[in-house]
Design a binder for this molecule. Structure first.
Ligand SMILES: Nc1ncnc2c1ncn2[C@@H]1O[C@H](COP(=O)(O)OP(=O)(O)OP(=O)(O)O)[C@@H](O)[C@H]1O
Length: 613
């Protein structure tokens, strides 16, 4: 029988809930903690801590336990049971508060995103194969048809004869060709969807990797849990400290967190922190009007523009303001991608009904990035019906996209017509004055002291994307700190040289490219693989080695190296550096490979002036 350890009274509720569920599962095994620990080669002490809620186990442990119990009882675990425990586990980690919990949660999430990315990649490959097959077959048919027509063209007498002879065949071929063309078109659409999904899954992986690196750095050596409240009440790192922001700011703390989780609005994105200029004044005005009087003026409101110019910010600001103006307003912010996931998970019958209820519940629904809404065999039509019902019930709909409705051809004419039926506003990349204000704010938040001319310089060189703009400031500051130099325009110019396009590759860049090629040759993969997104274990290690070598053997900055590796972030390069150092110290095989590879690179010779090769 299991040894039941009493749950501690002062544990966070989430850990208690998880521990209780684990204990119930464990009871299903009908053996003691000690025997189970021996069977699974685990420490009985930590097993007891998992079961009494004083430590949160890794997800693999929970998963193993589910499987063992199911085996013991002779039936497979239901997906619902697994999903329920998964949710409990995530919640417990999120509320656990320690840096270790956060790292673990991120690792779990990364593994999920990784699986999703691999599934999408496999789907893309399968669709590409099917599409190529269909196209070949269509070309084949075309040839056959032309040959038959050729027969017919020989002479009038012969044509009549051959026509009769081949008529059935030609008709059959034409029909098959028509079917194939339709198939090709459908496959092309599916492929586009799969590509988009894959890109998003990869972006998610990269984002999670960055967070993981940051969490690992932050949590190095840290084991004692941070107080829950302290963690949750901490202000967001980039919350602007302006008066306007403070006035608009959404109250934080456990209660606010709970409601944020439900309506999905980012607490930082309020009107008070939105900088208005000529390029977004109209969109901002429309957004304010909708927030003050939902479903009266512009319904739907459609906001479009390129990446990172404040669309999500505006959508969330509408949501916050509507809730503030009319407490009790039910708001929901959702990305098209999340909506699609929900639809996919809903299935048919009761699941679909629940999905519809959730969508129809809010008084104000904000759908971000509608261009990513896949059809999934019916979602476009479903969304159209939901749109009609929401609109008919005088509920406000706000939609964002990277292009105007006219160009959203894949959504179909009827859905597009609805998106066009309200007010359409275009947000353009911010002008210089707005960019400078954004930089000044960012500098204030981050405690960066930079002369105005440096901010002007950065703003005039990074024009199209606010994320990149703010990233540039952070990079200039980091570079200045590392080199103990003032943040003047000359230094900014050096750093931004890496970011500003239209330069031919420098000698250093050529050297890095050579390193990438030679590393690829060494591991039997191409340079494109190393700079690509595939994430097999062997490929990841090879990629990290190449990054490490670029860092060691060239003078390129980490951000520039990241860019050469398919536009990766500096954190990926830093992570590769740390990981490789650790691996070389621990594994002789890696040390040997690095030595051999370095020798090969040096032997081949290269363009670097100081003679490294
Ligand atoms: N005018 C602005 N005022 C204040 N912050 C802004 C403004 N424009 C963009 N930002 C900031 O830039 C970042 C990116 O903006 P946001 O996420 O809203 O972009 P987006 O247009 O939705 O991009 P994407 O299409 O890639 O999702 C956010 O931190 C946002 O607060």
């Amino acid at each position: 029988m299991s040894v039941l350890v009493p749950l501690g009274g002062d544990l966070p509720e989430e850990s208690r809930a998880l521990a209780e569920a684990l204990r119930r599962l464990f009871d299903g095994l009908g053996i003691s903690v000690r025997r189970y620990a021996a069977r699974r080669h685990r420490d009985p002490g930590s097993l007891s801590r998992f079961l009494n809620g004083t430590r949160i186990p890794p997800w693999e442990f929970v998963h193993d336990l589910i499987r063992d119990v199911a085996e013991e009882q002779g039936r497979a675990p239901t997906p619902e049971a697994i999903e329920l425990l998964r949710r409990l586990h995530r919640t417990a980690l999120a509320c656990g508060g320690s840096a270790l919990n956060r790292v673990q949660a991120l690792e779990d999430e990364l593994a999920d995103a990784d699986r999703q990315s691999m599934r999408s990649a496999a789907l893309v490959r399968a669709l590409e194969g099917a599409l190529a097959d269909a196209q070949h077959r269509a070309a084949d048919l075309e040839l056959q048809i032309r040959q038959l027509h050729g027969h017919q063209d020989r002479s009038a007498a012969e044509r009549d004869k051959t026509l009769r002879l081949y008529e059935d065949q030609v008709t059959a071929l034409l029909r098959e060709r028509q079917d194939l063309m339709e198939q090709v078109e459908a496959l092309g659409e599916d492929l586009k969807d799969a590509h988009a999904r894959r890109v998003r899954a990869e972006r998610r992986c990269e984002e999670l990797e960055r967070q993981l690196v940051a969490a690992e750095e932050h949590g190095e050596g840290e084991n004692p849990p941070v107080a829950d409240a302290a963690l949750r009440d901490a202000p967001p790192t980039d919350a602007p400290p302006t008066d306007a922001a403070a006035k608009d700011a959404v109250p934080r703390g456990p209660v606010a967190e709970d409601t944020e989780a439900r309506h999905g609005l980012d607490p930082r994105f309020v009107f008070g922190t939105f900088v208005v200029g000529d390029t977004n004044r109209f969109a901002h005005g429309a957004a304010r009007a909708v927030a003050e009087a939902p479903a009266t003026l512009y319904n739907p409101l459609f906001v479009y523009g390129t990446s990172a110019i404040g669309k999500t910010h505006l959508l969330c600001a509408i949501g916050h303001q509507a809730r503030r103006a009319r407490p009790g307003t039910r708001v929901r912010y959702v990305t098209a991608e999340a909506l699609a996931d929900e639809y996919r998970g809903a299935g048919r019958g009761a699941g679909l009904d629940a999905f519809r209820r959730r969508c129809l519940e809010p008084d104000l629904i904000l759908v971000d990035d509608i261009q990513y809404l896949p059809d999934l065999g019916g979602l476009h039509e479903e969304f159209r019906h939901l749109f009609d019902e929401l609109h008919g019930a005088h509920k406000q709909i706000v939609v964002s996209s990277d292009r105007p409705p006219k160009q959203l051809t894949h959504l179909g004419d009827r859905l597009r017509a609805r998106l066009e039926s309200g007010l359409i506003t275009h947000v353009r990349p911010p002008e210089q004055a707005v960019r400078v204000t954004l930089l000044r704010r960012k500098a204030e938040q981050e405690g960066i002291t930079a002369p105005p001319e440096t901010l002007d310089y950065i703003a005039s060189h990074v024009e199209r994307n606010v994320r990149e703009l703010e990233g540039a400031l952070v990079r200039v500051r980091a570079f200045a700190a590392l080199n103990r130099q003032p943040m003047d325009v000359q230094l900014a110019a050096v750093v931004l040289r890496d970011l500003v396009p239209d330069r031919g590759p420098s000698r250093e860049e050529e050297a890095a490219r050579r390193i990438i090629e030679l590393t690829g040759d060494y591991f039997g993969v191409t340079a494109a693989d190393l700079c690509g997104k595939e994430r097999g274990r062997a490929l990841v290690t090879a990629r990290q080695m190449a990054m490490y070598l670029c860092r060691e053997l060239t003078d390129l900055s980490p951000p520039r190296i990241g860019q050469l590796f398919g536009g990766r972030d500096q954190s990926a390069v830093d992570y590769a550096d740390r990981k490789l150092r650790a691996m070389m110290a621990e594994r002789r095989s890696i040390y040997n490979q690095m030595t051999e590879l370095t020798a090969r690179i040096k032997a081949v010779g290269g363009p670097r002036p100081d003679g490294w090769v």
